[in-house]
Design a protein around this ligand. Sequence first.
Ligand code: PLP
Length: 475
Amino acid sequence: MRQIHDLVTLDRRHIWHPFTQEKSAPPPIPITSAEGATLFAADGRKYLDLISSWWVTTHGHAHPTIARAIAAQAEKLEQVIFAGFTHEPAVKLASRLAARLPPGVNRVFFSDDGSTSVEVALKMACQYWINRGQRRSRFLAFEGGYHGDTVGAMSAGKASGFFDAFEAMLFRVDAVPFPACEGAYHGDTVGAMSAGKASGFFDAFEAMLFRVDAVPFPATWIGDEEVAEKEKNALKALTRYLDENAHACAAVIIEPLVQGAGGMRMCRPDFLRALAAKLKHADIPLIFDEVMTGFGRTGAMFACHKAGVDPDIICLSKGLTGGFMPLAVTVCRDSIYQAFLDDGFDQAFAHGHSFTANPLGCAAGIASLELFEREKTLARVVNIERVNRERVLELMRHPKATRGRVLGGIAAIELDDSILYGSEVSHQLRAFFLERGLLIRPLGNVIYLLPPYCITDAELHRAWNVIEEALSSVV
Ligand SMILES: Cc1ncc(COP(=O)(O)O)c(C=O)c1O
């Protein structure tokens, strides 16, 4: 115990933690090891990691296959400058990713994390137009979207409302509404969709729907029309924007299917398809920020597959290495890459980071992709979705829970709208969960689960039981 105390004291003396009000936050919890979905603390306590440690862990913590791949790589080549040099792990990882992404989206640019993958995408789009002889520096994003904490990523995510303090540093990015399904539903989204399944309106969601007659749930469905209306309005705003700005717009960026930090807000694939068609017609590149949705989170390997959309640029990070190493890629269409080829250096993409394509990260990425196949990981996600669907549906009977939604390995419910990000209730909820051995961090009034795919049914049920308890005793 003395050692733990010394560690925390030293931490408090020297370390500045992310997204933390250091004056009032409780002392950080020292973690010594982890396995599967469980984190082991220095004081002997255990925490079930229901948010995949900020959405990065896929197969489970300290998975021996990935750990061994990193160790083996470290003994051969730990790092080498990536300008003028290459190495097998980078080539293997890039070619395997390209094989899994939409055809033609196959040119891989490495960077370090989600934010840098977005910076790269924005800069790539900007210079792509310069190289084509046009100055285009405007971008369009979606209200509630979040793309990271560096300046370009913050600008793209300005409409999330997270970055008011940095307003003066940000460049112009316009935003149109994101047609989130949940706002249009009273009560239970999944149940309501199932109830409306015969309408044929939800074919794209078929996999998430259950036999509604097997679940006697009084879903108060108010609206396929309402969602369609939101989509229509968002597309109208997009059309207006394009009418006025198409000539100046370098690219449009969106988190496909799920806005993560914005509160796990989900949109329908139909909307993404309509968006992609409009941008294709206007010849404006579409960037899918799949930093969170990539690597199985929505039930498909990538959200673009689930949505049936081929974007022009895709950003990936978080689950890329199974959650072991900081690594990211921005993958673009070959036609974009071609625009950077010229005799002089001026048209080259002058961007790079010290650790670009770090061999340890690439080795982890290759091992993780192999695990997806060997462990049939996507089938595990289907099972997580099944349990979540059952439990979210049940919870929708609770008077304090609303707008339940489930997609792949992600499930969310909402509480009273007045519970804001960083509010007292949201701190109390976090503490309530930790006291019961669960790592769950509500996003304002949204309680969500996004666990590593190795989580067991029993662990998942335990989490939902505690959430149910929290609704009755905390909120
Ligand atoms: C959609 C999305 N894009 C970008 C980022 C930024 O990633 P990172 O925190 O690795 O910089 C995040 C992080 O949560 C994200 O969810």
